[in-house]
Ligand binder design. Sequence first.
Ligand SMILES: [Zn+2]
Length: 370
Amino acid sequence: MQTIISNATIHTGTQILENQTIIIENGLITNSEQKADAKIIDLQNKHISAGFVDIHINGGEKYYFTQNATEETIQDIYESSLKLGTTHVLPTLITSPLDNILKGIEATRAFLEKNPTSGVLGMHLEGPFLNLAKRGAHLAAYIRKPSNNELEEIIKYGKGIIKLMTIAAENFNEEQIEMLLESGINISLGHSNATYKQAKNAYNQGINLCTHLYNAMTQMGHREPGVVGATFDSPDVYAPIILDGFHCDYAAARIAYKIKKDHLFLISDALFVGEKVKQFQWEEFDAYLENGQYRNSEGNLAGAAVSMADCVRNAVQQVGISLEEAIKMATIRPAKALGIDDKIGQIAAGFPAKFVIFDKNLTDFKPLVL
Ligand SMILES: [Zn+2]
């Protein structure tokens, strides 16, 4: 059975098309001819793009992945993100003991086996080999220096499941970074106290993105440009940014966009989705929702409370980025950063029929999964 999406402004990921149709068969976009008995979905001039891709999301409406490293949490993260137009996610497990990391890996593996065509891409392991000086809300007790033994365990169990891992590269030796890169896991530089030179070395070794630009990293000083400066000075390095208005000033985001151009993209880094959870405690990690932000009892930001749709709206309305660009920053660019832009993040033949529909005022984002 064919489905035809008609009467829409189509953001393909590379261009905007007016008055064209999208033809779908068996859950995939196709180039084949329109059939007479096809089901028609008339979008009445709304906009459509590939669904948003969120590579940094910590919890759903109910559960927090690091606290409940289970299939139920992955389902919660996926479903609650989907409601707001995010069709692809990397549930993010933060700094915790090795047995919890392995539990998260196994839960993700089981989920992927049962739901091979869902939008869950694998997992993001943020930590535990971070720099204590830039731990943010991560628990100091579980932050540790990388040992070959633990890295080997993580790679052995996480290969093919962990799609992204955040590390403070300055605490690794070259062989350890090489070991991670060779395993096929995308490595991101974050929660890092690296100097400009250390960060440049990490990027030169093959690390091709950073974690939540500006947050939990050395800032750009004129004599020591830090991780931020190294990221700005490395055109091929991707930089995800949290546009909730709290994690960085919108002017700082505008400057980053001018420098990083098509290598700046959006993440939610949401602690929970939809502001359903107002307060939260996991061991020493606590968070309270107030005025659209989660803060811990020390007053530090403890993850965001926004969706990818909110970030797209803020990119356009607060930062001044064009709608076309903002949509790319939530779709094809995160896909490119992970090297999976041939599979998701575009409207083109062979890509999954997982979309987000929205109006030009960006007030309403709805998923469409066929
Ligand atoms: Zn973080």
